[in-house]
Design a protein around this ligand. Structure first.
Ligand SMILES: NC(=O)c1ccc[n+]([C@@H]2O[C@H](COP(=O)([O-])OP(=O)(O)OC[C@H]3O[C@@H](n4cnc5c(N)ncnc54)[C@H](O)[C@@H]3O)[C@@H](O)[C@H]2O)c1
Ligand SMILES: O=c1ccn([C@@H]2O[C@H](COP(=O)(O)OP(=O)(O)O[C@H]3O[C@H](CO)[C@H](O)[C@H](O)[C@H]3O)[C@@H](O)[C@H]2O)c(=O)[nH]1
Length: 330
């Protein structure tokens, strides 16, 4: 019985594929349109079906051919400010296409669904950390596009009898400790990516978007979770569902926040490189602070993170960026 990973050629999806392979799952199928992913991010034993998650014939054929039992749905558009600039594109890519995919999964009898959601569903919480029980109130189209998908999945599961785990990721960072994958999107906007590229001289400078937030140093606070720890959370979620466990919605974070300025300091210290930092106005759609209430995933799934260390995460990101620039020069 296979696991179908949508968006498996992307940053987080490729780490999920590696985690599945490392755990001995021999049937892993990826559907990816390679819009932001890379076929080389996949190990050779994994089948890549090139296409769109909303192509219902293609997805149905893939599910049947590989006897797919579980779906891990990563494929999406992910950049918060882009979602503010082009909301209809985000609702199509993240909500409408998820509807089509879930409809196909239901028709084809897929038993379990794991969905990549986001801390952005909480919006601008008044206090942190945020427990899963907090009322959701997304402040940008990206968060809304994901929250609608959460609701669809929960409603469809109730009506059609599949089980699900919705994982609300906080800020994902770092790379595979064995150097097999990492964040590879050339113009990625994520803070740790931009900072490591600046440290390696691949960018001229880094802009800090906002230093007038109501936080200790005025810059935004985020909870950075290492990408292989996050992939491991998906594996324990899959085992939970396969063992007959109930459907769950869980935060994925460490429960600790770092400010943008603190992250920059860590990148400078770990890399041993200084780079220009410009203090700029706020970026559209950014909440001041978002930190996970991180207990439920531990108690429900027994998830134990192994890489809860910002220095280590930054070191992995630097090593990955370095290997990526060598790959691109070849
Ligand atoms: N990166 C983060 O910090 C973060 C935080 C919270 C949630 N998430 C969620 O995690 C998931 C993965 O994010 P990522 O950082 O790996 O992004 P990514 O852009 O690296 O990966 C997305 C993958 O999906 C593929 N894809 C996109 N649309 C597709 C479509 N219609 N059909 C087929 N393939 C398609 C892309 O080619 C890419 O390989 C997303 O759902 C995102 O919303 C990410
Ligand atoms: O060059 C940069 C890049 C980012 N930032 C700041 O750093 C913080 C983190 O920004 P990222 O772009 O790294 O991440 P986001 O918090 O915007 O969003 C990420 O985490 C969210 C969940 O918290 C979503 O799920 C989303 O997909 C994912 O990109 C923000 O305050 C942002 O303004 C900068 O100051 N300069």
């Amino acid at each position: 019985m296979a696991v179908l990973v949508t968006g498996g050629a992307g940053y987080i999806g490729s780490h999920m594929v590696l985690a599945l392979i490392d755990a001995g799952h021999d049937e892993v199928v990826v559907i990816d349109d390679l819009s932001t992913g890379f076929d080389w991010a996949l190990p050779p034993e994994v089948t890549l079906v090139l296409g769109d998650v909303a192509d219902q014939d293609l997805v149905a054929r893939t599910i049947r051919e590989h006897q797919v039992e579980a779906l891990a749905h990563f494929a999406a558009r992910i950049v918060v400010p882009d979602s503010v600039a082009d909301p209809l594109h985000y609702y199509l890519a993240n909500t409408v296409k998820t509807r089509a995919l879930i409809e196909t999964a239901v028709k084809e009898g897929v038993k379990h669904v794991i969905f990549s959601s986001t801390a952005a569903v909480y919006g601008e919480p008044e206090t942190v950390p945020v427990p899963e029980s907090l009322v959701t109130n997304p402040i940008n189209p990206y968060g809304r596009s994901k929250l609608m998908s959460e609701w669809m999945i929960a409603d469809a599961a109730k009506a059609h009898g599949f089980s699900y785990v919705i994982l609300r990721y906080f800020n994902v960072a770092g790379a595979d400790p064995r150097g097999r994958s990492g964040q590879s999107t050339p113009n990625a906007t994520h803070l740790i990516k931009v900072a490591t590229q600046s440290a390696l001289g691949q960018r001229t400078h880094l802009e800090v978007y906002g230093t007038d937030y109501p936080t200790p140093d005025g810059s935004c606070l985020r909870d950075y979770i290492q990408v292989s720890d996050l992939a491991e959370a998906h594996l324990v979620a899959l085992n939970h569902l396969r063992g007959g466990g109930d459907s769950l919605t869980l935060n994925c974070g460490y429960g600790r926040g770092y400010s943008v300025l603190e992250v920059i300091e860590v990148v400078k210290r770990v890399s041993g490189k200084d780079f220009e930092v410009r203090l700029s106005p706020r970026r559209a759609g950014d909440p001041a602070q978002i930190i996970a209430g991180a207990d439920r995933i531990r108690s429900e799934l027994g998830w134990v993170p192994k890489h809860d260390d910002l220095d280590g995460i930054v070191r992995q990101a630097l090593d990955w960026e370095d290997s990526l620039s060598k790959r691109n020069r070849r």
